[in-house]
Design a protein around this ligand. Structure first.
Ligand SMILES: Cc1ncc(C[n+]2csc(CCOP(=O)(O)OP(=O)(O)O)c2C)c(N)n1
Ligand code: SF4
Length: 277
């Protein structure tokens, strides 16, 4: 984390914009927005030192509902935009927000390389195991047997395991949160932002419209029974056998964050000068 700290801490409300969210009543994303705002307040940040970057989807509307700098960009490209922003403006706290469709389908490639690059930003994926915005198509995290109008009988496809894939790709901070526990979710986002380098928080955030059965997640989410590990081998075994509802930091390694190589890429300022000539 590299942002300037405010002289007097702000409330969570100060990080919210005047726009009223248009999510369906009961959507988990309301609580995620509250958790993000609360985390920024707990971190004693200022809205002008924070950028929230997203792609497209119901979950990706989040930047408009915060009072920070924001980019509601192109579907699946939030990590590309967020990474570029952090390289150009390392002084900003960059939070990238996505959904399971945006982040793991069209944006899957960027996810792998963001884990590998370890640029100092926080990536939050609001996972509801469905494409909410486009009316309920199965996403990479949809259970193979989930039957719906758009996929009668289910897809029969094995789910994508985001946390395992993050670990294998080099992510150094891997956590799972649940929107139904906004205080716990805010605490995990706070830890993620404090972590130096790429931090990944998968937030279980129900889509009550297309997956009303996800309301039962409140009985299924539970604190992870073990402390976070810094041993990738142990983390791999745990994540491979995880029930999908362990909440907490599940892996935290010590790999140094991305730093521009000495004599390597030129600064953005130097490049800009060349274009001015
Ligand atoms: C290039 C491109 N392809 C497809 C779409 C259509 N599209 C918009 S949102 C979305 C899926 C969103 O799902 P998810 O990221 O899980 O977010 P949710 O709405 O569930 O929060 C799709 C396929 C698009 N906007 N742009
Ligand atoms: S469709 Fe689903 S994800 Fe989208 S706002 Fe409604 S409940 Fe939330």
């Amino acid at each position: 984390m590299s942002s300037v700290v405010a002289s007097s801490p702000l409330t969570a409300q100060a990080f919210k914009s005047d726009y009223r969210p248009i999510w369906c009543p009961g959507c988990g994303d309301y609580a995620v927005l509250n958790s993000i705002a609360k985390a920024f307040a707990m971190l004693e940040l200022k809205p002008e030192n924070v950028a929230v970057v997203s792609g497209i989807g119901c979950s990706s509307r989040i930047p408009a509902y915060t009072n920070c700098y924001g980019l509601h960009g192109v579907h699946g490209r939030s990590l590309a935009a967020g990474s570029g922003l952090k390289i150009a403006r390392p002084d900003l706290t960059v939070l990238v927000a996505s959904g399971d469709g945006d982040g793991y389908s069209i944006g899957g490639n960027h996810f792998l390389h963001a884990c590998r690059r370890n640029i100092d930003l926080t990536y939050i994926v609001m996972d509801n195991h469905v494409y909410g915005m486009t009316k309920g198509q199965p996403s990479p995290t949809t259970e193979p047997g989930w039957s719906s109008k758009l996929a009668p009988g289910g897809t029969g496809l094995r789910e994508f395991h985001p946390l395992v894939i993050a670990l294998a790709s080099g992510a150094n901070f891997i956590a799972r949160a649940y929107s139904g526990d906004p205080n716990g979710c805010a605490a995990l986002i706070t830890e993620a932002v404090r972590h130096p380098g790429f931090s990944f928080v998968e937030v279980l955030s129900p889509c009550v419209t297309f997956r009303p059965e996800q309301r039962a997640w409140k009985t299924m989410a539970h604190p992870a029974p073990v402390e976070p590990t810094d041993d990738p081998g142990r983390a791999a075994r745990r994540l491979m056998t995880d029930d999908g509802f362990n909440i907490g930091v599940l892996y935290q390694g010590r790999r140094a964050p991305y730093a521009r190589a000495a004599g390597g890429a030129q600064s953005v300022e130097a490049l800009a000068c060349q274009f001015r000539l």
